[in-house]
Design a protein around this ligand. Structure first.
Ligand SMILES: *Cc1c(COP(=O)(O)O)cnc(C)c1O
Length: 386
């Protein structure tokens, strides 16, 4: 078989398995009411939790940033791409998260790969929650260290596996808020276990930063886990902050090690300085405008009450990620199709993204939603979910 034939066969298999994916084309800026593939849709799928992606102050900071800094950074951070704007953003992210130091990355995917490969040196073994984001798993693969996966949000299982391991250096990684289930990792217990075993702890706060904790500082703040020399917090800027990029925050030794050794940091162009200026504006809004989190909490409560009275079974999530597990992939896809015909965009998430038999509608809320939007979703779910 030629390479071309092999590729054709793989694509055909993808179709046959019902796993073929397609992009839809959206018009206009991010928001909850959009025209997508020519249809006007109310969306419940964005990670723009605080509604900052098209906030005028963020867009304006981006504009002014371009006037001051131009379009591109021209080089990697360690060459001459690291500007005053990047540096100021790092200091503001450290201040926000209550960590001594923060280091910018171009994306969360690259941050996770960089942090895991840099911190997992020789004689290190990695432990990860079974439901961790793909980028944390890929980081472990690229580190070429042994990876042990522990049961989801199960500190006892982690402790057992740490005790069994004879490897001298250990690193544990977990999502802070799990991307498909919306639950918060049991961080106080995980942190304690890591301390007992001298293990480092990496918390991926992609879905927590801006959303939970004091001033939206994330899952560690929400759980009351203090900053620690062996805990690193990865935050992404493309979700609640509404811009693009990521960072890792923590104590000096961890951050300096990542800066020195992360290949996804060293060998890539620094993000535009103007983007850093836009993100600085977004951080200010995220910290100061607590009403965005209050409004989200109100929407979440309204949705959960309504769903309960309809007899819909939700996962025990208190975050803007509210999955409705339907079981089979066909059923989830069918419900998503019916919702779209009713003018609502709610994505069906199927295996292998989620475990077999737990295909779901992944509903997410944004501060841009109104109570009326939530009610419209509930009415449609009452029609569509048998
Ligand atoms: C989105 C996401 C990432 C990747 O962040 P990007 O900046 O989009 O690359 C990493 N971890 C989790 C849990 C995510 O949801």
């Amino acid at each position: 078989m030629s390479l071309l034939e092999a590729l054709h066969a793989r694509l055909a298999r993808r179709h046959a398995d019902g796993l073929h994916r397609q992009r839809r084309i959206a018009e206009g800026p991010a928001g909850v009411e959009r025209v997508i593939d020519g249809e006007a849709l109310l969306t419940f799928c964005s990670n723009d939790y605080l509604g900052l992606a098209d906030h005028p102050a963020v867009a304006r900071a981006f504009h002014l940033g371009i006037e001051r800094w131009g379009a591109g950074s021209g080089a990697a951070h360690l060459i001459d791409g690291h500007t005053r704007a990047h540096h100021a953003l790092e200091e503001e992210l450290a201040d926000w998260t209550g960590q001594p130091r923060a280091l910018l990355f171009s994306t969360g995917y690259m941050a996770n790969i960089g942090v895991l490969t840099a911190l997992a040196g020789e004689a290190c073994i990695l432990f990860e929650d079974r439901l961790n984001h793909a980028s944390l798993l890929d980081g472990a693969l690229l580190s070429r260290r042994r990876l042990v996966r522990y049961d989801h949000a199960d500190p006892d299982d982690l402790a057992r596996r740490l005790t069994q391991s004879t490897q001298p250096l250990r690193l544990v990684a977990t999502d802070g808020v799990f991307s498909m289930d919306g639950d918060i990792a049991p961080l106080p217990t995980l942190a304690q276990i890591c301390q007992t075993h001298g293990a480092g702890l990496i918390v991926d706060d992609a879905h927590a930063l801006g959303v939970i904790g004091r001033e939206g500082a994330g899952s560690l703040a929400a759980c009351g886990v203090a900053s620690d020399p062996l805990i690193a917090q990865v935050g992404t800027l493309g979700k609640a902050l509404g811009t693009f990029g990521a960072f890792v925050a923590g104590h000096e030794t961890l951050i300096e090690t990542v800066l020195q050794f992360a290949r996804s940091y060293l060998f890539t162009t620094a993000p535009p300085a103007a983007l850093a200026e836009a993100t600085r504006a977004a951080v200010r809004l995220a910290r100061a405008e607590g009403w965005r989190r209050d409004h989200l909490a109100n929407l979440i409560t309204r949705f959960r009450r309504g769903a309960e009275s309809l007899g819909l079974e939700l996962l025990p999530s208190t975050t803007p990620i509210q999955p409705l597990v339907l079981g089979s992939a066909e059923r989830a896809v069918q419900c998503a199709d019916q919702l779209r015909r009713a003018g609502l965009l709610v994505p069906a998430v199927r295996p292998p993204t989620v475990p077999d038999g737990s295909a779901r509608l992944r509903i997410t809320f944004s501060a841009r939603h109104s109570e009326a939007h939530v009610d419209r979703l509930l009415e449609a779910l009452a029609e569509v979910v048998p």
